[in-house]
Design a protein around this ligand. Structure first.
Ligand code: COA
Length: 381
């Protein structure tokens, strides 16, 4: 008995924001802030904010645009954040809705009926609420049987979710598991932070993981996998029920309110992340391919986490010891930006149709924690 990937699903928001649109809004905000703070800036008590720049963004990250679920407020220099209308408890939550959208696409590809799915895992970076688990809501709206639960391993949530699904199948808890990765990354991005305002986009992916005897004839065998975590403060988001967005001047002590809004959103030390995560991931891939008995020369493709183009190029080069064609490690960053856990699954969904039976590839995630997951797959047709 084996657990295999039967299909993936991808849901993409209708609206997108180009670097040029994003930078124009950011620079309007800079002009406004500098003019409102002109006296302090002239007195030297505050530093003037600097403009952002679209060519810098593309060169530093490979990102050209990003899909978003709430475009206009992000581009309004007086708001610079998504504004998603609040919903009553009787309505589906926005995170569950986009998870359902992606899950339906995975189910459609296989003809699997929702009631034949017996577990839902929502694995993503930012869950909308404490409880009930979003996965249980997805279960309700899809009409799946069994149970559901949420989990969060930041950008590695999808590969860790995949492994959790495999464990449920091997343990006999489930035969067909939907792993959903709804990522509304723009809601945890500080669009006023020049260093990071360009990084994220919104999307949802889903992975249908099943026992091989019920999976469709054409599927992906999971040959080997490895999960790793190592604590780091270099990528952090402190938002939570003990650390919420109290005003900066409310006099609260402790985590709550100490740094106002700024650290309740995504913060990172991008340079350190780059330097520390590239070798960690390259070594993991090299070691685990040996453990998997997969010769790296036979690996047809790596569907890497999509955080930064230069990072992916370097990981592929370190692993293979030479520069490689972009087809070997396809990029969706240009169109989607960083979509956290969904990134490697988008790449897999879009760039796996040319695989023949017996071809092998690697789904690999990495991100906050630090966390990294490597899942070696072989096409079975
Ligand atoms: N527009 C124009 N210039 C900018 C800018 C912007 N939006 N943001 C930063 N700069 C400037 C900086 O001020 C700095 O100028 P200086 O050299 O005069 O001081 C220069 O560009 C380089 O800044 P730096 O932050 O060092 O850029 P970088 O080349 O490291 O690229 C990242 C930044 C974030 C794209 C890159 O570090 C990265 O992707 N790291 C990994 C991130 C990651 O994977 N995170 C995981 C998220 S889940």
């Amino acid at each position: 008995m084996k657990a295999v990937i039967s299909a993936t699903g991808l849901w993409t928001p209708e609206d997108s924001i180009s670097n040029e649109e994003l930078v124009e809004a950011f620079n309007q905000y800079v002009d406004k802030w500098n003019s409102e703070n002109a006296v302090d800036i002239a007195a030297g008590t505050k530093d003037a904010l600097e403009y952002s720049n679209a060519p810098f963004i593309e060169k530093a990250s490979g990102i050209k645009s990003r899909f978003v679920i709430s475009k206009d407020p992000i581009l309004d220099p007086n708001i610079m954040a998504p504004r998603i209308p609040a919903r009553d408890n009787g309505e589906i939550s926005v995170l569950a809705e986009i998870a359902v959208n992606a899950a339906k696409k995975a189910l459609e590809k296989t003809g699997r009926k929702a009631e034949d799915v017996d577990a839902v895992i929502v694995a993503c970076s930012n869950l909308q609420r404490g409880y009930p688990a979003v996965a249980v809501e997805v279960q309700e709206y899809l009409g799946t049987s069994g149970f559901g639960f949420d989990m969060n391993v930041a950008c590695s949530s999808a590969t860790f979710g995949l492994e959790a699904a495999r464990g449920l199948i091997y343990g006999g808890q489930a035969k067909s598991v939907l792993v959903c990765n709804p990522e509304i990354c723009t809601a945890h991005l500080n669009f006023k932070d020049r260093d990071a305002h360009f990084i994220f986009g919104d999307v949802a992916t889903a992975i249908l993981v099943e026992r091989d005897d019920i999976a469709p004839k054409e599927h992906w065998e999971i040959i080997h996998s490895k999960l790793v975590t190592k604590f780091s403060n270099n990528i952090r988001n402190n938002f939570g029920f003990l650390n919420h967005c109290a005003p900066e001047d409310d006099g609260m002590t402790g985590d709550r309110g100490k740094k106002g809004l700024t650290d309740k959103l995504f913060v990172q030390n991008g340079r350190s992340v780059f330097k520390e995560v590239v070798p960690m991931v390259a070594n993991m891939i090299t070691e685990e391919s040996a453990n998997a008995g997969v010769d790296l020369a036979d690996l047809k493709r790596m569907w890497l986490h999509q955080a930064n183009l230069n990072m992916n190029v370097l990981i592929a080069k370190k692993v293979l010891g030479k520069n490689v064609d972009i087809k070997y490690a396809p990029v969706v960053l240009d169109e989607y930006a960083n979509t956290s856990s969904a990134g490697s699954i988008i790449a897999f969904d879009k760039y796996s149709d040319d695989f023949d039976a017996g071809d092998t590839g690697l789904i690999c995630s990495f991100g906050a924690g630090y966390s990294a997951g490597a899942v070696f797959v072989r096409k079975v047709a």
